[in-house]
Design a protein around this ligand. Structure first.
Ligand code: FRU
Length: 519
């Protein structure tokens, strides 16, 4: 019975395939695939953040802008929804917002798994790996086998396919236990490549003229910043201070796991000088500058080859519970891309400022606006609003209220609170009652960031996308990124004040379009 049915099916299928063939509808020229209603619609699936279609993802890798496209490679397990078989997944975008999935780019080999790394445009063929007169892309990554060593691969077809260099590893290693995550940049003044790489409890700087032969120049990290865990995914880049191109500073970003601001993994950064060989911290060595005051912003990397724009993205997760978060068939999302700048703050010196890239405005839907409203305890002027994908832009003028803010993804028994505590001068993110959290004891909690009002005002720019909330406070001076897993029915929004009133000078709410093709 079974057999004959299968047989029939094969015959029918063959006829169907022939018909398709005769009408020219083969794979290469068929109209775009129509996705099922369930495509990118699973519970907790972000709608305007990058997620792989299925399976595990961690760090962003190989971010590069090349020939009109932003490339996003990422740590990926092509065979499962937990960490393992580390490979580089790949996606491309013309606008940093809409992504197209591409085939897996780099797979494990004899030297080991493919851990994090970067990509540069070798415009002038310094490597000699391209044809005369043409350049191409070079990936520099960690081969993680018995030891962690650095390898390279090259692509002549805009990152679609890769050839591993036959002389790998280009930086062999037999003694350093954690030696990984090379980020390479072109150092114009000396016409050389500079690699920043993590080596356990410090970073190392290497230089090269051809991306193949590397020389150790210096180390940085002993007694500097936070050391509660291993250092990973470092990066060095230069930015103008207060928008003045004649006054630049170097930023050295270093991830740490565990030992971050609220436990587990997170990022810190140093501001200083780099002379082509050595980084010198401008600030006291024990001072720690946190990149993000939430729990879920790790392994940042900036796009290379973007001229004057410095844009990074991070893995929105924390190694404390990364492999247990309740999502399927994929696991993990990237943050929204953020544009970086340096700003001087009185009494605090130069600090890193992060703001959402302007390209996100393309997916904003019709705005809802309010102005000059007084928010009183017990009154919620947003009671009619329900959504799981939106952006809030709000400015408050402090009044008699001791606390004020928003409750997002609010349901009968769930809420995620983002509020300002006036007397403590703190921004607070509370996900204690945000939804599902049994998968890890380290998940539920209340996280704080110090935040001074500016001219008696607090500004909050908040991005909610199903299972994540990113808060940019006071024009990106402080940022908090956190995951949440509320029930699907918890889609309410509340604006509130406690123990007095607060003035809402302006409020805009934009629902956001989905960036995934669900036609
Ligand atoms: C950071 C990290 C990197 C490493 C990669 C492995 O999250 O541990 O140091 O290269 O993940 O997947």
């Amino acid at each position: 019975m079974r057999r004959s049915n299968t047989g029939k099916f094969i015959v029918l299928f063959a006829i169907f395939a022939m018909l398709l063939g005769s009408f020219g509808m083969n794979k290469s020229n068929a109209s775009p695939k129509k996705q099922s209603d369930n495509y990118y619609n699973e519970e907790n699936r972000p709608q305007y953040h990058f997620t792989p279609e299925k399976n595990w993802m961690n760090d962003p890798n190989g971010l590069v802008y090349y020939k009109g496209k932003y490339h996003l490679f990422y740590q990926h397990n092509p065979y499962g929804n937990k960490w393992g078989n580390m490979s580089w997944g790949h996606a491309v975008s013309k606008d940093l917002v809409h992504w197209e999935h591409r085939p897996v780019a780099l797979k494990p080999d004899d030297l080991g798994a493919i851990f994090s790394g970067s990509i540069v445009v070798d415009k002038h063929n310094t490597s000699g790996l391209f044809e005369n007169g043409s350049g191409g892309l070079i990936a520099i990554y960690t081969s993680a086998g018995e030891t962690q060593q650095q390898s390279i691969a090259y692509s002549t077809d805009e990152g679609e396919t890769w050839t591993k260099y036959s002389g790998n590893p280009v930086i062999p290693n037999s003694d350093i236990v954690d030696f990984r995550d090379p980020k390479v940049m072109w150092y114009e003044e000396d016409e050389k490549w500079v690699m920043t790489i993590a080596a356990g409890d410090h970073v190392r700087f290497y230089s090269s003229k051809n991306l193949i032969e590397w020389k150790l120049m210096s180390k940085f990290g002993e007694n500097q910043g936070a050391h509660g865990g291993v250092w990973e995914c470092p990066e060095l880049f230069k930015l103008p201070v207060d928008g003045d191109p004649t006054n630049t500073k170097w930023v050295l970003q270093v991830d740490i796991n565990p030992g971050s601001v609220h436990g587990g993994s997170g990022g810190q950064y140093f501001i200083g000088e780099f002379d082509g060989a050595k980084f010198v911290n401008d600030n006291p060595q024990n001072e720690v500058k946190w990149v993000d005051y939430g729990k879920d912003f790790y392994a940042t990397q900036t796009w290379s080859n973007t001229n004057n724009r410095q844009i990074w993205i991070a893995w929105m997760n924390n190694w404390q519970y990364a492999q247990a978060i309740p999502t399927s068939p994929w696991r993990s999302a990237m943050s929204i891309p953020r544009e970086l700048s340096l700003k001087t703050f009185s009494g605090e010196g130069v600090k890193l400022v992060q703001n959402p890239v302007k390209e996100l405005r393309r997916i904003e839907k019709k705005p809802y606006k309010w102005q000059e409203e007084t928010i009183k305890p017990g009154e919620n002027i947003l009671a009619d609003f329900d959504s799981k994908t939106y952006e809030i832009t709000a400015e408050f003028e402090l009044g008699s209220a001791s606390e004020f803010g928003f409750k997002v993804r609010k349901g009968a028994n769930e809420e995620t609170v983002i509020k300002y505590d006036v007397s403590e001068e703190q921004l607070i993110f509370d996900r204690t009652d945000s939804g599902e959290d049994e998968f890890s004891k380290s998940f539920a909690g209340k996280f704080t960031a110090p935040l001074d009002p500016i001219d008696n005002k607090i500004k909050l720019h908040i991005f909610v996308d199903h299972s994540s909330v990113e808060v940019f406070a006071n024009n990106g001076e402080k940022v908090m990124t956190n995951l949440i897993f509320p029930d699907g029915s918890s889609d309410g929004l509340e604006i509130f004040s406690k123990n007095g009133n607060v003035k809402l000078t302006s409020l805009t709410i934009n629902e956001m379009e989905s960036v995934w093709n669900k036609e």
